[in-house]
Design a protein around this ligand. Structure first.
Ligand SMILES: Cc1ncc(COP(=O)(O)O)c(C=O)c1O
Length: 357
């Protein structure tokens, strides 16, 4: 089954095969080398000189780690959909003082709005979603970065779970302190691990936070990397690390990151044009439509369940709308290792099925 859902995404056979390698001990020299190779290539994906932390969990683990480890007084979450709302919930359930600012679904966050909010409040942690998978909308992080530069005391964390590795995000250039992603999206790996950057500012902040929890304490992950030569406090998913080492080498040294970002953009443009010809886009402004997932407004009342059943017979699957957007929208992912040929084949099949429904 070819997955055109926004995670987990299609994983190439040769990447999956890496996971069948015999295991090694996680306290061996080979484990350090494995981890270091992953870190060095992830630094390129994230475009950072800062340390990259690796967690055997999905992305939400590091979202929890970020807000809990680096909020010492009060946090703000700017949400453009379900995953931003989730970050707020994570903060609240950790007993933190967190305010939520959200927009109507389909819209993005305006940088001036962020500035207005930060001017009037005294936050020391800000969380923003880069690519909202539920609505297919991106936030203008370049513009928001200009605002964030004015607030030197704030640790800025960005959820790039469904965009890093598929869209260019210049972490250091933008001044992002913690950029988070998961393996099962644009990195085209199986689910089960997550990565984040960790800036000097974030490190210094975490040192001042008393209750950082344990498993997702970012400072403890960071300290262990220094103390134990790229090893971690707990037993990591070694099999997935083999696959990550292999896949990241392919992304950085074989395909090349610029080509990878271009491929994502070209696939996105193709799907957007198809959506505009046949339906409409859910994002209010095409300028903020995602390059990794297109959220299509189902203005033709197409039976998405039926469509997916027919697609499954042809070995493909797409996603229904997320949460309240179920059946009102549907989503086509064009992320990871999918190609333009895959996308064309999918859309031709959808057209054919629609013709017969
Ligand atoms: C934008 C975004 N943030 C966060 C998450 C949660 O990530 P994970 O499932 O890896 O915990 C997802 C998952 O789909 C997502 O799309």
């Amino acid at each position: 089954m070819k997955l055109f859902i926004p995670g987990p995404t299609y994983v190439r056979e040769e990447v999956l095969m890496q996971m069948t390698k015999p295991l090694i001990g996680h306290r061996t020299k080979d484990a350090s080398v494995l981890q270091k190779n992953i870190t060095e290539n992830m630094k390129q994906v994230f475009m950072t000189e800062n340390m990259v932390l690796c967690s055997t969990s999905s992305g939400c683990g590091l979202m929890e780690g970020a807000i809990r480890s680096c909020t010492s007084s009060k946090a703000a979450v700017f949400s453009i959909g379900s995953f931003g709302n989730k970050w707020h919930k994570i903060g609240i359930s950790n007993g933190l003082d967190v305010d939520l600012y959200k927009v109507e679904l389909g819209e993005t966050i305006d940088a001036n709005f962020v500035d207005e909010v930060l001017k009037k409040n005294d936050y020391d942690f800000v969380a923003i979603t880069h690519n909202e998978t539920s609505t297919g909308v991106v936030t203008p992080i370049e513009e928001i970065a200009e605002v964030m530069k004015k607030y030197g005391n704030i640790v800025w964390a960005v959820d790039a779970v469904s965009s890093a590795g598929g869209m260019k995000i210049e972490t250091d250039e933008l001044g992002i302190d913690i950029l988070i992603t998961s393996t099962q999206k644009c990195l085209a790996l199986p689910p089960g691990m997550a990565f984040c950057t960790f800036s000097e500012k974030a490190i210094e902040r975490a040192k001042t936070v008393e209750n950082r929890g344990n498993y997702f304490d970012l400072l403890s992950l960071y300290n262990d990397i220094l103390k134990r030569d790229y090893q971690y406090p707990n037993t990591p998913n070694i099999s997935l690390m083999y696959a990550a080492e292999y896949q990241l080498n392919h992304m950085v040294n074989e395909e090349g990151l610029e080509d990878r970002f271009n491929r994502h953009r070209e696939m996105a443009e193709y799907v957007r044009n198809w959506a505009l010809e046949n339906f409409a886009l859910f994002p209010k402004d095409v300028k903020y439509a995602s390059d990794t997932v297109t959220c299509v407004l189902n203005n033709k009342n197409l039976d998405i369940g039926n469509l997916n059943r027919e697609l499954a017979k042809r070995g493909m699957t797409i996603s229904n709308g997320y949460g309240d957007l179920k059946d009102k929208t549907f989503r086509i992912a064009h992320m990871g290792d999918l190609t333009m040929d895959d996308i064309k084949e999918l859309l031709e099949n959808i057209d054919e099925i629609r013709g017969g429904l």
